[in-house]
Design a protein around this ligand. Structure first.
Ligand SMILES: *[C@@H]1O[C@H](CO)[C@@H](O)[C@H](O)[C@H]1NC(C)=O
Ligand SMILES: *[C@@H]1O[C@H](CO)[C@@H](O)[C@H](O)[C@H]1NC(C)=O
Ligand SMILES: *[C@@H]1O[C@H](CO)[C@@H](O)[C@H](O)[C@H]1NC(C)=O
Length: 358
């Protein structure tokens, strides 16, 4: 099995041999984790930006399973990168906001709920991917000041860069039926979304980044919020939305393969989140879950309204007794239990689910 962690012991050994760059807070044995993307990964950045509650989860019952208080994570507990950090023997990765701190040597979480790869997506309410990249550059400068150029360079070039982005760019297709619906214009749109992701990857590569991790798009047409608006109120998955996610995922796979052949030393793990979730949706009990269509928290059919917590316009909502039995905690976000399963697949999944490296 190919593993992105294969370089770690060697690099750790070297780091202690570089004289003059020893620093008490430089992680000796760890590889930093830099996190970019949307609500699947946002550990609380949006608590600090001027946005609306639509893109915030800093109220109960979010966070109740693990943290016992709302952290801003869109789940009952931990998110995928929280588990990855644990497996990599890192502390929980700090959010970029509110400010620089010593923990940034373990990496930084820049993700912002509601964000897309396109600047236009929820513009004014989220930190888009391009801005997240600019924050990474700020952190890189801060690390240089703190650790010295060589050690900072080493940290950023050994780090893993983890992405979940794209879902929010496609939601306008669900909401707005007057948008172009033809396959070709959709393909063009997907090209633009992935083009902007590719630009970000290349910028990080230029800064020395070599190891990348991705989760592809979920089956966006089968979330509780999608079932809520199914035509004829049947609760079935939205086929058009599924097709769009599939198209995105096909292009993403292809582009990553191209980058690997174009960029010397570029290594990546791409987790097939679409199929992992689909398998759980179709056969929850096989994965220790009881409910894969309805959310744990929310209101309306399938609890598909984004009313979890009662702060987003609708005050009434239902909350299940045990989020661990549910695939979805709220209208679109996985429960902690699901996040943990996905993180395990990212960490040690076979090449058919996470590849070419894990
Ligand atoms: C926050 O956003 C609102 C609405 O977009 C705007 O009216 C307000 O001035 C903003 N506040 C700050 C501090 O930027
Ligand atoms: C839908 O898209 C069209 C064309 O881009 C735009 O003119 C219209 O304002 C949008 N409607 C909504 C509800 O967003
Ligand atoms: C990035 O997105 C913008 C729209 O925000 C688009 O005009 C541009 O072509 C995209 N870039 C690439 C490389 O696709």
């Amino acid at each position: 099995m190919k593993s992105l962690s294969f370089l770690v012991p060697l690099l750790v050994a070297c780091s202690s041999l570089i004289p003059g760059h020893a620093h008490p807070s430089l992680p000796k044995k760890h590889v930093a984790l830099f996190i970019f993307g949307d609500s699947l990964l946002d550990a609380g950045n949006n608590n600090y930006i001027n946005t609306t509650v639509a893109y915030q989860a800093n109220f109960r019952p979010y966070g109740e399973t693990f943290f016992n208080y709302p952290t801003g994570r869109f789940s009952d507990g931990r998110l995928i990168p929280d588990f990855i950090a644990e497996y990599a023997k890192l502390p929980l990765i700090s959010t970029f906001f509110p400010s620089y701190n010593d923990q940034f040597v373990y990496g930084v979480n820049f993700a912002s709920a509601g964000a897309g790869a396109l600047v236009e997506t929820h513009q004014g309410y989220v930190t888009d991917l391009k801005t997240q990249l600019s924050y990474f550059k700020v952190v890189e400068k801060q690390l240089k000041q703190k650790l010295g150029d060589a050690a900072a360079k080493k940290l950023t070039s050994e780090a893993v860069y983890f992405f979940s982005i794209g879902s929010n760019d496609y939601f306008i297709f669900v909401r707005n039926s007057t948008l172009p619906q033809s396959y070709n214009s959709k393909k063009e749109y997907v090209g633009m979304v992935i083009g902007n992701l590719t630009t970000t990857i290349k910028e990080i590569y230029k800064k020395g980044g070599r190891k990348f991790g991705f989760i592809n798009l979920a089956p966006l047409g089968c979330t509780p919020s999608a079932r809520l608006v199914s035509p004829g109120n049947t609760g079935s998955c939205l086929e058009d939305t599924l097709e769009l996610a599939k198209l995105h995922n096909q292009v993403l796979s292809k582009v990553l393969q191209e980058l690997e052949s174009q960029l010397e030393g570029f290594r990546y793990a791409n987790h097939d989140f679409y199929n992992s979730l689909m398998k759980r949706i179709n056969d929850p009990s096989r994965y220790g879950l009881k409910e894969s269509m309805r959310a744990c928290c929310g209101s309306g059919q399938y609890r598909g309204m984004s009313s979890c917590g009662g702060k987003r316009g609708v005050e009434e909502y239902e909350l299940c007794d045990n989020p661990q039995e549910y695939l979805f905690f709220d209208f679109t976000h996985p429960s902690e239990k699901a996040n943990k399963q996905i993180a395990q697949l990212l960490w040690s999944g076979t090449p058919d689910v996470t590849g070419p490296y894990n």
